[in-house]
Ligand binder design. Sequence first.
Ligand SMILES: [Zn+2]
Ligand SMILES: [Zn+2]
Length: 336
Amino acid sequence: MNTATITNTGARFLGEGRVEFRTTEMGPVAAGEVRLRVDVCALCGSDKRLLAQGSSVVPGHEIAGTVAAAGADAAVAPDTRGIVYIPVYCGACPACHSGLTNRCTRYTDLIGWQRDGGFAHYVDVPARCLIEAPEDVPLDVAVLGLDTVGTAAHGLRLALRTQQETPRRLLVVGCGPLGLGVVAVARAMGVEQVDAYDPHPGRLALAVKLGAAEARDLDSQNQYDVTVEVSGAQAGRAAAQRVIVPGGAVVVLGESGEPYTMPADPRWRRTDCFTVRSFYFPLTEVAENWELLRGFGAELRDVLAERLTLPELEAAFDAFVAGDLLKPYIVSGADS
Ligand SMILES: [Zn+2]
Ligand SMILES: [Zn+2]
């Protein structure tokens, strides 16, 4: 099944928001890799940077698809459904041996960043980066197991390890898709009170729909056991640090090019505090993440997803950047 050559169409970002489509011939699948038909590739806030700067590969890193072909040494059956784990981990370093694949010390490529991703009809990925989806989880829910729930749950699990008991009060700063994922996961993990903040009233309303309460006070100290900063904005970071209780954990998930700094005021210096920064999730957490998605995945999908097709990608980005679309899903329209 690895010998067929097929025609593929994929997007390239040219910079300054321009998207071009290129049609190419894909040769036989390389050894150890699988060829996926892309069923869903979701847009991520981090794609905005590539859109502005341009990309040398096909972008798109929240991918769910179906195996169309497999190369030699790739023991994956045709029609296997799955999601794509984007760090191309080595599988041999001590971190990989422990299953902590997001801590691999040798990976260089992220799929959709340094090698071709999913804004295309087909994508080839290393077979070990395909996470098979359980039969009872549809792919438009499964794809949320990557950045939206995988990343949120991993950050929260690390934060919970710093705490002696389940946090009673947790604050989420920033209610984009990842922030909303944090709300859903925190509620599912049994956090009694999840408060959320976002300057955009519509996003805040979605957080409330998912079980959060609107945060009313971002000024007073000593309020929250855990704060999760998802906006990446300096004001958001400062708020997350200001409202934490002594011994609490500040989880820094928001992306920013600015250095992350600690306050140097007496209140901050003379106490205990954990700062947790995490990236993505290890493969050891996948089974727990499917359980989370079985609980709230369909609801989260219905709150977030807007379905569009590949030719609509540029328009989708415009609406996404303007804040009119929360989580555009580029869905396969080529074969249906
Ligand atoms: Zn992402
Ligand atoms: Zn490794």
